[in-house]
Design a protein around this ligand. Structure first.
Ligand code: ATP
Length: 282
């Protein structure tokens, strides 16, 4: 049996953390949206027992280090299923970008196998199951605009965003997510008004969304990667309504009300950076 799942990238319109749990896990407050930049994950099941992963980006791990592989393995164990699983990932989402690419692939495998194997897990059950893989997997099970709290598994779906465009820029630098998260000093965080942002999304007020965006981790990542600051300056120069880093970075996205504004920024920035996209929320 076979299915192809669309695995959308995500952007953090708002990202904050009020505290760290005693077990070291982070308590999140994030307003996330999925965008129309996606991987395509083909899942084939049949007689046999192994798991194989193939990805068009050959530098990515194609074994048990791949989150999609881990998702299939954990599901096989949980439901004691003896079938082979072949996973073919067509990767379009920039890697190690703060856009949740690996998490979205893993969520796609959970959704796909849930259907192929008639596991009858609800979205909430798939989200809870996905948390053991990465804190972004529960959100990626839904891949809609949502408020995400707790350790990443408390998902409150929000209305679809009003019409807007994002220009997404992935600089060549690599950011280590664990390194950035370890550097969080809770006494010095400049918190984001996440409730204000959620309210702006609920009322579909574009200008209010723009003025409430924020990522509490941006100063930490941009301190170590001047490129993040430089890209933000370009967004300001070329007329984005606002711009910020997604996740722990290094991707920076600018927000625009009109397509012509987004195209102007895209054309102005792509000379400086090889990975630039115009995308829309899904
Ligand atoms: P997040 O926003 O969830 O922190 P990210 O966008 O920063 O994630 P990913 O693209 O998921 O980062 O990749 C992070 C690392 O995870 C990569 O360097 C890669 O080695 C590993 N990885 C494992 N599986 C995958 C996958 N299916 N796609 C991409 N990366 C994967």
């Amino acid at each position: 049996m076979k299915t192809v799942e669309k695995a959308c990238a995500k952007l953090n319109l708002g990202l904050d953390t009020p505290f760290r749990h005693d077990d070291g896990e982070i308590e999140w407050e994030m307003l996330m949206t999925s965008i129309d930049l996606a991987d395509y994950v083909e899942i084939i099941t049949g007689k046999g027992n192994g798991i194989s992963v193939h990805c068009n980006r050959v530098f990515l791990p194609q074994d048990q280090r791949n989150l999609a592989y881990q998702a299939a393995l954990l599901l096989k164990k949980k439901f004691n299923i003896h079938q082979k699983v072949e996973i073919n990932i067509k990767k379009n989402i920039p890697v190690a970008a703060g856009m949740g690419g690996g998490s979205s692939d893993a969520a796609a495998v959970i959704r796909g196998l849930n259907r192929l194997w008639d596991l009858h897990m609800s979205n909430q059950e798939m989200a809870t199951f996905g948390l053991q893989l990465d804190s972004d997997v529960p959100y990626c099970v839904y891949s809609q605009t949502a408020m995400v709290t707790g350790k990443g598994d408390d998902i409150e779906l929000m209305p679809k965003l009003p019409k807007m465009y994002f220009v997404v820029v992935k600089p060549k630098v690599s950011v280590s997510t664990p390194e950035i998260l370890n550097k969080i000093n809770y006494d010095k965080l400049n918190h984001v008004d996440i409730d204000g942002l959620a309210n702006a999304v609920s009322t579909q007020d574009y200008d209010d969304i723009v003025s409430h965006m924020g990522n509490v981790l941006e100063p930490l990542s941009s301190k170590h990667h001047a490129e993040i600051r430089r890209i933000k300056e370009k967004f300001e120069k070329y007329g984005a309504d606002n711009a910020q880093m997604s996740g722990t970075g290094p991707t920076v996205f600018g927000i625009c009300k009109t397509e012509s504004q987004a195209k102007h920024i895209f054309n102005s920035i792509r000379g400086f950076c090889s990975e630039v996209y115009i995308v829309r929320p899904v």
